[in-house]
Design a protein around this ligand. Structure first.
Ligand code: KIV
Length: 268
């Protein structure tokens, strides 16, 4: 899949996107036929033990992206650019984003956007780095905005729509809309030609994205707009508990889990 295939997917055929941060998870996500795999900076909270996305580094996203890219062929692999890896200096932003395609095997990058990313989106797109824009709640700005629903008044809703249009005009191939009212997401989706991918943004976007950890039920709880479709945490707990019980009871390893070399009987 290429960014140009996603660009034309606004309309009736919902686009599916899920995060993945490692090869085995990405392989399952591909097996099920997900369109886009996002190597999200949510890896910081979900897998690296941070309580925010801010500490995630370019190296961490590059390593995780490379694992996901090695494990998948079909879905579009999107590397989520971490806090301050873009937007400070244009040359450095281009180098960091370019590295995701050149070294890590990503097909595109995602930028948490604002007025400062319109020109960067244009530059990256012209250089051949497809950009997925991200508006609404942008957790990298949590110290400014908090982690609350965004675009909740007329002025900020209008600003979101304007920024969406500007990023589309600058070349973004799709737009993630996070935690905005459903009617605002619908109003942003309607005039855009590129697909909108919602998370906590209601049913009227062109696609949906969630973190895979929430979807499989690995996290202790889920965001109010998310949903656990499985209970992997309980599966893990019960497998680990069964292993500990078996070792403590002397049931593991059993005869079939090891072997003896008869030639070595006289070794000691
Ligand atoms: O990092 C992430 O997982 C994201 C999605 C929630 C869109 O940015």
């Amino acid at each position: 899949m290429r960014a140009k295939d996603i660009r034309t997917r606004s309309g009736d055929d919902p686009v599916t996107m899920l995060t993945a941060y490692d090869a085995p998870t990405a392989a399952v996500v591909e097996e099920v036929g997900v369109d886009m795999v996002l190597v999200g900076d949510s890896v910081g909270n979900l897998r690296l033990g941070h309580d925010a996305t801010l500490p995630v580094t370019v190296d961490e996203i590059a390593t995780r992206t490379a694992a996901v890219a090695r494990a998948t062929d079909e879905p579009l692999v999107v590397a989520d650019m971490p806090f301050l890896s873009f937007g400070v200096d244009e040359a450095e932003s281009v180098r960091n984003c370019g590295r995701m395609l050149k070294e890590a095997g990503a097909d595109a990058v995602k930028l948490e956007c604002g007025p400062h990313t319109v020109d960067l989106t244009r530059r990256l797109t012209r250089l051949g780095v497809p950009v997925q824009a991200h508006l609404g709640l942008t957790p990298q700005r949590e110290n400014e905005t908090g982690l609350f629903r965004q675009a909740t008044d007329e002025e900020s809703a209008a600003e979101t729509l304007e920024l969406a249009r500007e990023h589309e005009a600058a070349g973004a191939f799709s737009l993630v809309l996070e935690h905005v009212p459903a009617n605002v997401a619908a109003a942003v989706t309607e005039p855009l030609e590129i697909p909108t991918i919602g998370i906590g943004a209601g049913p009227d976007t062109d696609g949906q994205v969630l973190t895979v950890d929430e979807v499989i039920g690995l996290t202790e709880g889920v965001a109010p707009f998310s949903k656990a479709f499985g209970d992997v945490r309980e599966e893990m707990r019960s497998a680990v508990a069964a292993y500990v019980d078996a070792v403590e009871a002397g049931d593991f390893p059993a005869a079939e889990h090891s072997h003896e070399e008869s030639d070595l009987d006289d070794l000691y």
